[in-house]
Design a protein around this ligand. Structure first.
Ligand code: GLN
Length: 296
């Protein structure tokens, strides 16, 4: 059954989905109409004839045009769910991906002290740090990001969710107060600067500082692996997300640096998406401790 009035939900959704195209046009349209009207997505099915106001229709059409031009739904809505947490997002940060929830699961499964000190490097919205803090109230979670707006956003997300995460401005370890952690996690930029995906879909609208990392995508991971031992307790863990074709390279970086128990784990699509290692020994002083971060 379809409706015919121009302002009925079904009519608006059908036209919007046609205009939006792409992978999930109907879902995108429903999320945008829900955002504008406050009506639930199930209500669109139950009462397709229901009409929206002319103002709501105008606001919806404007959002649909932006979506049709490629802007990610999360940026249009201003929020994105991650680990069942409603997070504010902005174009200054990466939109949290479902696959990164797999990294949270692995982090939560590691043997660390009850009041573990945990660091999330390049936190963006705060997604990983906040998910960990929401599960382990006794963990002392610190998060950092080099981008001002990301630090502000992550702090705001922590406040809105009532979670205790300390958010610092720091490019990897360079701006942190010296200290040791039981677990360091990161979803760093890891896409090669020539990768064609950067010209497709939602990533076109995301900040390249959160996505791109040199010619092979590994510049930032190399820096983190090099410096992490200086910041890890003996027996502490480093866990990083990476591209699904980078697992072998990341394992060998960790092994070469002296990490033990190095292994890769899968994402929801069964692809090697993260690698971890344990720092057992005493750190050799890193010669990059005072170096500058590589240009992106
Ligand atoms: N997984 C993301 C993508 O492929 C990239 C995230 C990142 O670089 N950290 O779009």
């Amino acid at each position: 059954m379809t409706s015919s009035t121009p302002l009925s939900c079904e009519n608006m959704l059908r036209q919007a989905a046609e205009q939006i195209g792409g992978d999930s046009p109907r879902l995108d349209a429903e999320l945008l109409l829900n955002h504008v009207t406050g009506l639930s997505r199930t209500s669109f099915r139950a009462w397709p004839e229901r009409e929206v106001t002319a103002d709501q229709a105008a606001e919806f059409h404007a959002l649909v045009s932006e979506r049709a031009a490629g802007k990610p739904v999360a940026y249009l809505l201003g929020h994105q769910e991650f680990w069942s947490l409603p997070l504010l997002v902005s174009p200054s940060t990466l939109i949290p991906r479902p696959d990164t929830e797999c990294l949270v699961e692995v982090a939560l499964s590691l043997p660390v002290p009850a009041a573990a000190r945990v660091l999330d490097l390049g936190t963006g919205t705060g997604a990983i740090a906040l998910a960990l803090a929401s599960e382990q109230r006794d963990w002392q979670v610190t998060a950092c990001d080099c981008v001002d707006e990301a630090v502000t956003l992550a702090r705001r997300n922590a406040k809105e969710l009532g979670l205790s995460v300390e958010v610092m401005q720091s490019s990897w370890f360079y701006g942190l107060t010296p200290g040791k952690f039981d677990l360091i996690v990161s979803n760093p930029p890891y896409i090669a600067n020539t990768d064609h995906h950067l010209r497709e879909g939602d990533v076109r609208f995301e900040p390249s500082s959160a996505l791109v990392s040199g010619v092979d995508g590994l510049d930032d991971i190399r820096q983190i692996v090099e410096q992490a031992p200086d910041w890890l307790e003996p027996g502490g863990w480093l866990l990083m997300e990476h591209g699904f074709e980078q697992a072998g390279a990341v394992r060998s970086l960790l092994e070469t640096r002296g990490f033990l128990a190095v292994e890769s784990r899968k994402d929801y699509g069964d692809r090697d998406r993260m690698t971890l290692g344990r720092w057992a020994g005493r750190s050799e002083p890193s010669n990059q401790q005072t170096g500058e971060r590589h240009a992106q």
